[in-house]
Design a protein around this ligand. Structure first.
Ligand SMILES: Cc1cc2nc3c(=O)[nH]c(=O)nc-3n(C[C@H](O)[C@H](O)[C@H](O)COP(=O)(O)OP(=O)(O)OC[C@H]3O[C@@H](n4cnc5c(N)ncnc54)[C@H](O)[C@@H]3O)c2cc1C
Length: 277
């Protein structure tokens, strides 16, 4: 039999149990979050209860693994679309204060659904509006927002530098820099210019208590970890500083196909020996 004490403990650990338990408790939980947003002038969000169609649209438009569009898959309670670093900070602080899990989202391309679904009640902080690209041509660097897609970054960097600069990263234009750089980021130019994570010079990260950190204030350990250990683990990266690759205006690449398990295994094995050379 479930005792009152057990219920209280479960409810404290998992706000979703409150949502299921009693509509009035559920609405307290929800209104606490939305009140906090309101007090911090954070208005750019959509809740699943107030505008479900818009919420579904926002959730699904960049989702790559369609199994997460199934009705049985847990949905976020709210999708927040911050347009400044301070709004990301407020969204993190309010969500934490009111017991909601946070999923960071950039390009939405996580095949595992890490940015779009989860077991507990959660909010998504989608950085699609933080997609500013600022290029310093003389220095050969660029700051890109944590919601920038690879195509946006490639385009603005090429434009600003009159096709002089690119950077070494993946081939899919709609992949987001947030998840991609956090996980390494490999592409056509990586043998020559390494992974995109190897070319990160600085970053701005909102940590779990809402502080905005840069490379110096986050320290060497965290700066190392955000460049390869996977997105969503260390905080919300709201901007990356990239070292750009000085490339020729004309670039040639080719693709060749090989079939057969043994051939592919051999190729992958050989590739590991030469990829870093
Ligand atoms: C069609 C396709 C093509 C691909 N091509 C390549 C390729 O050529 N080379 C390659 O290396 N990889 C490639 N990938 C893999 C891709 O790099 C990863 O799936 C990457 O994690 C996607 O990042 P995202 O921002 O689009 O995804 P999201 O789903 O938004 O995020 C992925 C993870 O990162 C977290 N995250 C997102 N934004 C942030 C942020 N700003 N701060 C902190 N955490 C964040 C999320 O919470 C989630 O855990 C490809 C994937 C797909 C679907």
């Amino acid at each position: 039999m479930v005792t009152l004490a057990t219920f209280v403990i479960v409810a404290l650990l998992n706000p979703y149990s409150l949502l299921k338990a009693s509509p009035s408790m559920a609405s307290t939980l929800e209104s606490g979050l939305l009140d906090c947003f309101g007090k911090n002038r954070l208005t750019n969000y959509t809740t699943i209860n107030s505008r479900p169609q818009i919420c579904y649209k926002l959730l699904n438009f960049s989702l790559q693994n369609l199994r997460f569009t199934e009705p049985s898959v847990p949905m976020p309670y709210v999708i927040v679309l911050p347009s400044s670093n301070i709004q990301v900070q407020h969204a993190v602080v309010c969500s934490r204060q009111h017991g909601w899990l946070i999923h960071a989202r950039c390009g939405g391309h996580s095949y595992e659904g890490f940015s779009s679904t989860g077991d507990s009640p959660f909010v998504i902080i989608d950085q699609m509006n933080l997609n500013k690209v600022e290029v310093d041509v003389a220095e050969g660097t660029a700051w890109i927002g944590g919601g920038t897609t690879l195509a946006e970054a490639y385009y603005h960097i090429a434009n600003a530098s009159k096709d002089r600069y690119g950077f070494s990263a993946g081939t899919c234009p709609t992949v987001g820099s947030g998840g991609h750089i956090s996980g390494g980021g490999f592409g056509h130019m990586s043998r020559k210019f390494r992974l995109v994570a190897d070319n990160i010079l600085d970053a701005l990260v909102v940590n779990v208590v809402g502080l905005l950190l840069n490379r110096t204030t986050m320290g060497d350990g965290m700066f190392w970890a955000i460049r390869g250990s996977g997105g969503g683990s260390w905080g919300m990266v709201v901007a990356w500083k990239l070292r750009l690759a000085d490339i020729n205006r004309n670039v040639t690449f080719f693709q060749t196909n090989r079939a057969g398990k043994k051939t592919v295994v051999n190729l992958a094995h050989m590739w590991q020996a030469i990829a870093h050379t």
